[in-house]
Design a protein around this ligand. Structure first.
Ligand code: MN3
Length: 206
């Protein structure tokens, strides 16, 4: 029996829903072309592995696994990215509330300080990568992560909030002005899934 393949998840809103932070055209290309390419790339590695096993052929395991990490990482990070945004005014923007607000201000001192550190991490990614807020359920502490490509410099922690700062994420709308894109990202952050991910991470070690 063939194993399951990765599939492109539908967005939880329409392509135009995040404008003007992210335009319809920018979001459509990002989802339909870039995200789809990571899904296809991951599935192509499955096919390569299955074919080599069937034929008893050797594979360059180092290269194959590096390729797999890149594509699966790209796929999963994008799926999280779409989920942790929402149209302005629909639960998005502003500061988190409740337990998440306490965890963030407990670690960073204030939401403003967290936002500043996260923004600086996002704006200063060298080349292609992500900024993320991760969470270690063992210490119950959140940690900002600056990721190269999709998986380099990550920790084995749950990703709570992710922001794609590859040029393909913003160049149609903002050209080289990544800082403006990051500033406008805060208007469409959806805190609800961020808190849900934190709760899920806590449950994993209980
Ligand atoms: Mn991307």
């Amino acid at each position: 029996m063939a194993g399951k393949r990765y599939t492109l998840p539908a967005l939880p809103y329409s392509y135009g829903a995040l404008a003007p932070s992210i335009s319809e055209q920018q979001l459509m290309i990002h989802h339909q072309k870039h995200h789809q390419a990571y899904v296809n790339g991951a599935n192509a590695v499955f096919e390569k592995l299955e074919k080599a096993r069937k034929e008893g052929a050797d594979l360059d395991m180092k290269a194959t696994l590096k390729e797999f990490s890149f594509h699966v990482g790209g796929h999963r990070m994008h799926a999280k990215f779409w989920e942790n945004m929402a149209p302005a005014g629909q639960g998005s923007g502003g500061a988190p509330k409740g337990a998440l607000a306490e965890v963030i201000s407990g670690e960073f001192g204030s939401f403003e300080r967290f936002r500043k550190e996260f923004t600086q991490a996002a704006v200063s990614v060298e080349g292609s990568g992500w900024a993320a807020l991760s969470f270690d359920p063992h210490t119950e502490r959140p940690l900002i992560v600056q990721i190269e490509k999709h998986t380099v410099n990550t920790y084995p922690f749950k990703m709570l909030l992710v922001l794609d700062v590859w040029e393909h994420a913003y160049y149609l709308d903002y050209r080289n002005d990544r800082a403006k894109f990051v500033e406008n990202f805060w208007n469409v952050v959806n805190w609800e899934p961020v808190e849900k991910r934190r709760q899920k991470a806590l449950q994993l070690i209980q």
